[in-house]
Design a protein. Structure first.
Ligand code: ATP
Ligand code: MG
Length: 249
């Protein structure tokens, strides 16, 4: 059982969209099967609109599958309690979403409801884990840089002690330095707490820097899968070749 963390079995996602006056069904993910191993950083790479965010939303049931199944440690996620699932499979969004309040309250946000004897110690532990200083805890989250905010949202996601962290283009709002810091943090978290990370990006070079294995999605289809960097340096499919050359964005 320890071999595969997440198993996606022939998953398909269809959506109804409005086209002028009519509703039309579109298929945003088509018959995708893939296995993600424990403690790996799995990169999902693809142009805009290819279905990357949809895939992550299916993994923690922010949306439902149209067809196929997803298994976490061998258990079908549709049979799991959704709150328990989201504790195990946490999602970090593209743009950090913090509320107006102290950094500490933002980090502890999802823990407040639980009995926790030493909340201050918990906040300190997680701010440390994301590489920020504890004196930031009393600051208002509005006063942070975007890079700091993104780390705080990662700290918050980690408080539920997830086994899988889903990251949806977590650096697309950041400058190169903050991007570099988040990339180092990802590698650090993987080695420190053995997280399995599914990392979405449209940036091939970033996928090479952080990914160990991955897949390329185009138009909702998995067109490549394999080890990184080999996968991205020797694309088999002409669409991937165009994407890598920057023709598709
Ligand atoms: N809420 C929604 N309602 C209807 N269609 C949607 C919705 N969200 C996404 N889509 C459509 O689903 C498809 C996949 O979108 P998705 O957001 O998963 O792509 P993406 O790869 O994450 O793109 P990007 O790189 O721009 O974030 C697109 O055709 C998009 O227009
Ligand atoms: Mg997206």
């Amino acid at each position: 059982m320890g071999e595969i963390k997440l198993k996606l079995e022939r998953i398909t996602k269809r959506r109804l969209i409005r086209q002028n006056e009519d509703m039309e069904e579109i298929t945003v993910l088509k018959d995708i099967s893939v296995e993600i191993k424990p403690k790996e950083v799995f990169a999902v790479v693809g142009p805009s609109g290819s279905g990357k965010s949809t895939l992550l939303r299916l993994l923690n049931r922010l949306e439902d599958l149209s067809d196929g199944s997803i298994f976490l440690d061998g258990q079908n996620i549709k049979d799991m309690d959704v709150i328990a699932l989201r504790r195990k499979v946490a999602l970090v969004f593209q743009v950090p979403i913090l509320f107006d309040g102290t950094v500490e309250r933002n980090i502890l946000f999802s823990l407040k409801i639980r009995e926790e004897p030493n909340l201050e110690g918990v906040a300190e532990k997680y701010i440390n884990l994301v590489g920020l200083k504890r004196n930031l805890l009393s600051r208002n989250s509005n006063e942070l840089s975007v890079g700091q905010k993104q780390r705080i949202s990662i700290a918050r996601a980690l408080t539920s002690e997830p086994e899988v962290l889903l990251m949806d283009e977590p650096t697309s709002a950041l400058d190169p330095t903050a991007t570099h810091n988040i990339e180092s943090l990802i590698l650090d978290l993987k080695s420190k707490i053995g997280l399995t990370i599914v990392f979405v990006t449209h940036d091939i070079e970033q996928a090479k820097r952080v990914g160990e294995r991955g897949m390329v999605l185009v138009n909702g289809e998995k067109i490549e899968e394999g080890e990184i960097p080999y996968l991205l340096e020797n694309p088999q499919n002409s669409i991937t070749q165009e994407f890598i050359k920057g023709i598709l964005t």
